[in-house]
Design a protein around this ligand. Structure first.
Ligand code: MIG
Length: 671
């Protein structure tokens, strides 16, 4: 590498946005402790861009272990280790980083449009284990008028952790319960894991065994591992017959109207296998009665700790590809989650082709953006993880995963109200806006702290909903243009300062977000590259005081309830009155704001938010153009709709600033 080359990409990896100085390993792993030295996480995204003396892109399509040493062993050496011969290497020769991404996405596929509610707020916890707790969460949101679109069901909703079952004691008459919750504007999002409990008479297990759908051991017998339900089999998702079978298992949920899921543990995570457990228990047995264990205690502890997700186990089972070839799992390890999500997605599309689905997967591989979204796995309620994850957000967007996000507030560990407030502010500008926390940790719902925190959080979530028209329009555009929804500053402005400002990013093409992510801070330094910017230290939709800034570096004050946002010169944002949930009512009023020194345009996009009809033209657009004249602004509004899908907007309110900071208000009625 040249001294000044910057390396971008690599998707779900820890560390900085410029990936230099660290070693990264792609071997999908369920490691819940994301400390800085860790090399591997859940996903495999070996696409990178070298930006510098020689700008180019590189992608290695290879489903087994890969290692990227980017100036870790030697400061200027980039060393990539591919642990096998059967790989494809792609080089993207282009001087323009955004064109490299476009070429990469042409090759690997377009991210798809989620249902509109996916841009609302989503509440999760391990767990809301029964009907009463889910209803209680729903009641709290509606009673306090805090907007929310989705409530998640974690593993405890199942009967003995058997996938595709529901525990009747905890959820009596589940279909009725689910319909009632959904009528109140909440989507229910059940978790589905890959491990199938070994139990006679359990249909998923019986069908899998009978048809040979599970992974095999070296003797061709169904391979036994253990996860939540105890002993389990793993479906062999490499095979399309198995994927089709699995996809159709979602039928019962689909028939009730549940079209949103998360696929967890699909690295696949293994707690232990009968063999690895035997090694531990043998040590203990040999020493039974002996209280003076000495070094044996150490050995036993190590064995115990390395029982989970052990590479030897991944090497000891087999899968079958489409042509019937037997393949060691280790050689295709990084495709397991990809193919599970693919089976799920295809199943959901077949079960109801007219309706969009929502699917989060924990493990992923390049190309998966065509059929699933991902979340970033088990982070902690640490300030450091806020930073790590909004850099990851930018790197994942480069790799095609436009819709993603971390567990807001942090999964492991206990959160403080301040951490959750700052993270919820940042999360309001992350595509996936999901608050999640682990079993045994402090609750993290918006109302669990004090009144002050409750009110701040309520206003942040309402602010998120105010941005709905902007987020949805810009996301749609990003899928059409093959241009990431989230972009680092250095992909919009070519200066060194902009490239180094890793803690600011573009959310859509008009808005730059500069979140506060350190404790007790009441502001932060912000770099404003090249053009003028309209600053909004936002705390709530109703307070829209904005100030014009020239390019430069500034310390920007931001009280605990405020997040610094900047609208780019000659760009527009579009807001609406916050709803309680996305489908609550039709949008009639839009609020458009920006700093216009010459001319700015925005295309507002809307559709029914839920069906796949937009693929057949069931949507409308409003093209808005504002030009500065000598004394005021010319506003041009053009509606592009059809009879099948007419425009619902009645009024557009403009709040436009000139470069002196003077605000002009205008209004357009649409009949
Ligand atoms: O390791 O289902 O990442 O979101 O709450 C625990 C329980 C297994 C890991 C997921 C997390 C989920 C949890 N799961």
């Amino acid at each position: 590498m040249d001294k000044n080359d910057r390396i971008y990409g690599l998707g779900e990896t820890l560390g900085t946005l410029n990936k230099r100085g660290k070693k990264y390993r792609f071997y999908s792993t369920d490691d819940p402790m994301h400390t800085p030295e860790k090399e591997a996480l859940y996903g495999t995204h070996p696409f990178m861009i070298v930006d510098g003396k020689n700008t180019f892109g590189l992608f290695i399509d290879f489903p087994a272990e890969l290692i990227f040493d980017i100036g870790y062993e030697n400061i200027n050496t980039l060393k990539i280790t591919v642990t096998g011969k059967n790989f494809d290497l792609y080089i993207f020769e282009n001087e323009n980083k955004n064109s490299i991404i476009e070429e990469f996405l042409k090759l690997t596929g377009t991210p798809f449009l989620p249902p509109k509610w996916a841009f609302g707020f989503q509440q999760c916890r391990w767990s809301y284990p029964d009907k009463e707790s889910v209803n209680n969460i729903a009641d709290n949101f509606r009673k306090r008028e805090i907007p929310c679109d989705a409530i998640y069901l974690d593993i405890d909703y199942m009967e003995n952790y058997k996938v595709f079952t529901v525990d009747n004691n905890k959820f009596p008459d589940f279909p009725q319960f689910a319909r009632d919750i959904m009528k109140r504007g909440f989507k229910l999002v059940p978790i589905i894991d890959p491990g199938v409990k070994i139990e006679d008479g359990y249909n998923v297990c019986d069908e899998g065994v009978k048809n040979g759908y599970f992974c095999k051991d070296k003797d061709g017998k169904d391979y036994v591992t253990a996860v939540w339900p105890g002993l389990t089999y793993f479906p062999d998702f490499l095979n399309s017959t198995v994927r089709n079978w699995w996809g159709n298992l979602y039928k019962d949920f689909n028939d009730i109207g549940i079209r949103a899921f998360w696929n967890d543990m699909n690295e696949p995570a293994i707690f232990y296998t009968p063999d690895s457990l035997k090694e531990v228990s043998d040590i203990l047995k040999q020493n039974s009665g002996n209280t003076d264990l000495g070094i044996e205690a150490f050995t036993a502890k190590d064995k115990m700790l390395t029982m989970a997700n052990n590479r030897n186990d991944y090497k000891s089972f087999y899968q079958k590809d489409e042509s019937g070839n037997i393949i060691n799992h280790d050689d295709v390890h990084n495709l397991y989650g990809f193919n599970m999500a693919r089976g799920t997605a295809e199943g959901l599309m077949n079960l109801d082709p007219e309706k969009r689905y929502f699917l989060l997967s924990r493990s992923s591989y390049i190309g998966q953006q065509r059929f699933s979204y991902i979340w970033m796995g088990d982070n902690f309620s640490w300030w450091d993880h806020m930073q790590v994850h909004f850099r990851m957000l930018q790197s994942l967007n480069m790799c095609g995963f436009f819709y993603t996000g971390p567990d807001i507030g942090g999964f492991g560990g206990n959160s403080s109200p301040e951490l959750v407030i700052r993270w919820m502010q940042l999360g309001a500008f992350t595509p996936l806006y999901r608050n999640h926390s682990a079993i045994g940790t402090r609750n993290q719902e918006p109302w669990v702290y004090d009144e002050e925190s409750n009110d701040i959080l309520k206003n942040i979530i309402r602010l998120r909903y105010a941005f709905m028209p902007y987020a949805y329009s810009e996301f749609k555009k990003s899928t059409e243009n093959l241009s990431p929804f989230i972009k680092p500053l250095g992909f919009v402005f070519e200066t060194d300062r902009a490239k180094d400002a890793e803690d600011q990013y573009m959310y859509g093409d008009s808005l730059m977000v500069a979140p506060v992510y350190t404790p007790n801070a009441r502001g932060r330094y912000v770099h404003l590259p090249e053009v003028k910017w309209l600053k909004w230290t936002a705390s709530k939709f109703e307070d829209r005081n904005m100030t014009v800034y020239d390019s430069g570096d500034y310390f920007i004050d931001a009280n605990l309830n405020e997040i610094p946002l900047f609208i780019k010169e000659n760009s527009l944002i579009v807001l609406e009155n916050p709803k309680q949930y996305t489908g609550e009512k039709e949008t009639e009023n839009l609020y458009i704001t920006g700093l216009v020194t010459e001319e700015s345009e925005f295309t507002f996009y809307d559709d029914d938010g839920e069906s796949t009809g937009y693929k057949n033209g069931e949507y409308y657009k409003i093209n808005i153009k504002i030009s500065k004249t000598e004394t005021e602004f010319d506003v041009n509004v053009e509606i592009d709709d059809t009879e099948e899908y007419p425009c619902t907007i009645k009024n557009i309110f403009f709040e436009i600033y000139d470069e002196t900071g003077k605000k002009y208000t205008m209004e357009t009625k649409i009949d």
